[in-house]
Design a protein around this ligand. Structure first.
Ligand SMILES: Nc1nc2c(ncn2[C@@H]2O[C@H](COP(=O)(O)OP(=O)(O)OP(=O)(O)O)[C@@H](O)[C@H]2O)c(=O)[nH]1
Ligand SMILES: [Mg+2]
Length: 436
């Protein structure tokens, strides 16, 4: 039921100076008049008032009244700024519930904003992303999302697709109509190729940005005793992993998190990879290999005093991964492009290389970019439709091309949470006045 009046405590329920209880729905104004000394509602004002229960004042509040559609949900809304403190806030909530409000479900205010057409689905997602942001990149991209970045990103390509689909449709349905451009497989091809290119670019950027935004899964590998655990400890500035001079010290994966200037590394220190007969160590080495498979970035550590064939094997094993090779134990021997001394926490040149490596991806925050898994996977589906069709475009009839294009377009609409038929039909009417 969309028209019932919902209520929730919008601030964290703990002791504090102020709490906000928020109400939305058609009875909001009636209900607030019923429990307070506010008798006249003037939209978009903040009024000083008292809340009453059984004739007694229970709190002194500020009431913000928003007249729909000029409100967050597009419905009539009231925000009650009451005194913080769990008891009073709950008392006001219970009072509102007893007057006919229903307790809002999680996210229901934003859901109403979406259903009432105030925000599209990507904006609703961004509101949630902003609330859950833990670093500046996440927060910045969420703010852009709330501001409509996904719509801005998709609009040009969607406009073009919609026009082409509409033109094909007219070609098929009204072949006698001669004001319209004749559509053929040949003149559709360049459009499809350009859409494929932009979709691939959107996916690529989204994946690159997601890594820097949500944390880079960084796996430290190397043969035993090269100083992997020492490097982990130096990076996280804590003695988390056990360090000894015994080869095979680390058996389980050890995790740590470090915030560099612009990116977060989710670090995993692994068991040194070698041929081992030890049962426990073998399991650890198997885990190292799995972690390696899933890594966004691999730091391969080589002992500068003891480089041998085993390191070559690891270089081979990691050659297809995004990788940085560091030579450790610089206090004993300096070697290679990136030389560090993990024991003494001298690792600044490694940190610099990592920051440099992702510098461009970090600046993607300033662009309009797909924000999450749902959006990326729908974009992949839209792209796949075009790729499949492109393979056999020369043998395909115009109506099959149109169906495939519609399918692809449908996925783009789904990113924004739009009804695609409606969208297409609107455009048809806008561009052509057939049959008048
Ligand atoms: N001289 C010197 N010794 C180091 C350095 N880094 C680590 N070591 C020493 O190398 C030995 C092994 O260090 P770890 O960090 O445990 O090495 P690891 O690669 O994690 O070893 P495993 O867990 O057994 O695979 C310890 O005795 C460290 O003190 C360094 O920069 N210089
Ligand atoms: Mg170790």
């Amino acid at each position: 039921m969309l028209n019932d009046t919902i209520v929730a405590i919008s601030t964290a329920l703990k002791d504090g100076a102020i709490s906000i209880v928020r109400m939305s729905g058609e009875d909001s104004f009636e209900i607030i008049k019923n429990i307070s000394d506010l008798k006249e509602i003037t939209a978009n004002t903040i009024k000083y008032a008292h809340i009453y229960e059984n004739g007694e004042i229970i709190d002194e509040v500020l009431l913000s009244c928003f007249k729909g559609p000029k409100s967050y949900t597009r419905e009539d809304m009231v925000e009650i700024n009451c005194h913080g403190g769990i008891y009073v806030t709950r008392q006001i909530l219970n009072l509102l519930l007893s007057k006919g409000c229903r307790l809002a479900e999680a996210g229901e205010f934003s859901k109403r904003a979406y259903l009432n057409g105030r925000i599209d689905l990507t904006k609703a997602e961004s509101i949630n992303d902003l609330i859950n942001a833990t670093n500046s990149l996440q927060a910045k991209s969420a703010i852009k999302g709330i501001d409509g970045s996904i719509e801005k990103l998709l609009n040009p390509i969607m406009d073009e697709m919609r026009d082409i689909i509409a033109m094909i449709e007219v070609n098929i349905d009204y072949p006698e109509y001669d004001d319209i451009k004749v559509m053929t497989n040949e003149n559709i091809k360049p459009h499809i190729n350009s859409w494929i290119k932009s979709m691939e670019e959107m996916i690529d950027k989204a994946l690159r940005f997601r890594v820097v935004k949500d944390g880079l899964k960084t796996v430290i590998v190397g043969k035993p005793n090269v100083g992997k655990s020492s490097l982990l400890n130096a990076l996280i500035e804590k003695d988390k992993a056990i360090v000894t001079d015994i080869a095979g010290t680390t058996r389980d994966l050890v995790e740590g998190k470090v915030n560099l200037k612009n990116i977060t590394l989710d670090l995993i220190d692994t068991a040194g990879i070698r041929d081992s007969e030890d049962k426990i160590e073998k399991i650890g080495i198997e885990k190292s290999r799995q972690a390696l498979d899933e890594a966004d970035l691999v730091i391969l550590v080589i002992d500068a005093t003891n480089e041998n064939k085993e390191d070559e094997e690891l270089l081979e094993l990691t050659k297809n991964k995004k990788r940085i090779v560091v030579y450790n134990k610089a206090d004993l021997n300096k070697k290679g492009d990136i030389s560090i001394c993990a024991k003494d926490k001298e690792i600044s040149n490694l940190v610099k290389v990592i920051e440099e490596m992702y510098k461009d991806d970090v600046t993607l925050v300033d662009e309009d970019i797909l924000n999450n898994e749902r959006q990326i996977s729908l974009m992949k589906k839209a792209l796949n439709e075009l790729l499949e069709m492109n393979k056999q475009i020369d043998e395909t009839s115009l109506d099959v091309i149109m169906l495939n294009l519609e399918e692809s377009y449908h996925y783009l609409c789904e990113i924004l949470g739009k009804e695609y038929q409606e969208d297409l039909i609107d455009n048809m009417f806008r561009n052509f006045c057939l049959g008048k």
